[in-house]
Design a protein around this ligand. Structure first.
Ligand code: HEM
Length: 432
């Protein structure tokens, strides 16, 4: 029915009408509406309508995947804003940093947030890798998603390392000189790879433009694609990993707290599922009792999952903001190829490698890291077990857990030595 209201009435109703034209449905209050909200919203529909209650336990995922993604969003948005000011030229880059620090409104805050979020992302993505490892979540059917994850981890390191050069100060110049020298230790192709990265024999204008393009275009595009594949695979792999047996109604007994209320209504159907069989005429042959195999211990994603995600995102932004307000990102004197600091150190996440390089250039810089990455990629194909999946530090995975932990400790010790106990000419010093 056509309505013909006056201009004044239309003006008064303007805010409400604009709001309603964007958000067509009110906040959902029934299960059907909750499902429809998840299903019909562009940003929400990558989630399932219902989520397994176990996946929402904060101590299971520690929110690390969502925090990794939140940092990626903060870095992408901040990075685009920084691109309005930055010029990838050896004459201008350092001055542009000074402008950001001194004259551009909120420039220093933006730069600080970008710098600390980048360091944070390297750490958080690695912790997420550890969480996935220690819960055995790389196992079948998640092998491929683990591989996508390993690639995401390498790209995160790449993004951070290429960004390191852009301020064009002494720290940037010499960290990248050391970092790319490590690549040069590879046999046969080492020098060629280094030349490909730098576009020259030394770090200079060619290296700056290459690192810039990798940093603002190539790596972010690859990461966006891989993150999309990563999320899609989580859905296709049946949601997050969880201990065996939690999908079945019997789990009610083992998994009491939050689920008891939710499962009560399902109990009679579940009992039937054990005994009753169904025939789908002409589609499958013979009777089957599929009903009992569908995950029961689920809750609606709206609002449970979305609130958890929003909490992780808000917390991430707040922490990055607080750190950026408290600590300024370093900016040293402009890059000077004739005055190397002694010692020149790689970024912290490569300091374990640099320390190993001081014992053996090839093994430290190339051999051991390559072996480690190959082992990580092969891991889900070497460990074909199923017991202990979805459980932190399961005793059924003792060998894998112990080996990985030992490697972590060795790397950590090497990083600490490289960071605090190395002085001029890479000699041992005592920091206190
Ligand atoms: C940019 C980096 C990454 C982002 C944004 C990301 C995001 C996520 C998110 C949101 C989840 C679900 C929630 C959670 O588990 O916390 C997840 C799960 C998963 N991630 Fe990542 N991830 C990244 C890197 C990695 C890395 C480095 C690995 C391992 C090498 C990895 C392997 C996995 C696997 C196997 C799952 C499924 C876990 C399960 O089923 O329990 N991801 N990721």
């Amino acid at each position: 029915m056509a309505t013909d209201t006056g201009v004044l009435a239309n003006l008064l109703a303007l805010p409400r009408n604009v709001w309603d034209s964007i958000f067509r449905n009110p906040l959902p209050s029934s299960d059907l509406a909750r499902s429809q909200t998840t299903f019909s919203n562009l940003f929400l529909h990558i989630h399932p309508v219902k989520t397994h209650a176990h996946s929402l336990r904060p101590w299971y995922t520690l929110g690390l995947g969502v925090i990794s993604f939140s940092l990626f969003v903060v870095l992408s948005v901040g990075g685009v804003l920084l691109m309005f000011y930055y010029v990838p030229s050896v004459e201008q880059a350092h001055n542009r940093m000074l402008d950001l620090n001194g004259t551009v409104a909120f420039g220093i805050l933006l730069r600080n947030m970008h710098r600390w979020a980048a360091h944070g992302m390297v750490g958080v993505v690695f912790l997420h890798l550890c969480r996935v490892f220690y819960t055995g979540s790389y196992r079948r059917p998640r092998e491929f998603n683990w591989i996508v994850g390993v690639l995401l981890f390498l790209l995160t390191l790449g993004a951070s390392f290429t960004g390191y050069l852009l301020p064009w100060d002494q720290l940037a110049f010499w960290a990248v000189t050391v970092g790319t020298a490590i690549a040069g230790y590879a046999p046969v192709m080492g020098e060629q790879v280094r030349f490909l990265l730098l576009g020259d024999r030394l770090v200079g204008q060619e290296a700056l433009i290459r690192f810039y393009v990798l940093h603002v275009a190539v790596i972010p595009v690859l990461m966006t694609l891989l993150v999309a594949v990563h999320f899609w695979r989580i859905r296709k792999d049946g949601g997050l990993s969880r201990p065996e047996g939690l999908d079945l109604p019997e789990a009610q007994a083992q998994f009491p707290e939050a689920l008891q209320g939710k499962l009560e209504g399902l109990a009679p159907a579940a009992k039937t599922a054990k005994t009753k069989t169904f025939g789908v005429m002409g589609i499958v042959r013979g009777p089957f009792n599929k009903l009992g195999n569908t995950p029961d211990n689920t809750v609606y994603s709206w609002p449970n999952l979305f609130l958890a995600e929003l909490f992780c995102f808000a917390l991430t932004v707040l922490v990055v903001l607080a750190v950026a307000l408290l600590f300024n990102a370093p900016l040293e004197a402009p890059a000077d190829p004739t005055h190397p600091p002694n010692p020149s150190k790689a970024p912290w996440y490569f300091l374990g490698l640099q320390e190993m390089v001081s014992y053996s250039a090839f093994w430290g810089g190339v051999g051991i890291p390559t072996l480690f990455v190959v082992l990580l990629l092969l891991l889900p194909y070497l460990d074909r077990g199923t017991r202990g999946t979805g459980v932190w530090f399961s005793r059924h995975r003792l060998l894998a857990t112990t080996t990985f932990t030992l490697l972590l400790i060795v790397n950590l010790v090497l990083m600490v030595i490289g960071t605090f106990f190395r002085g001029p000419n890479w000699g041992l010093v005592v920091p206190w």
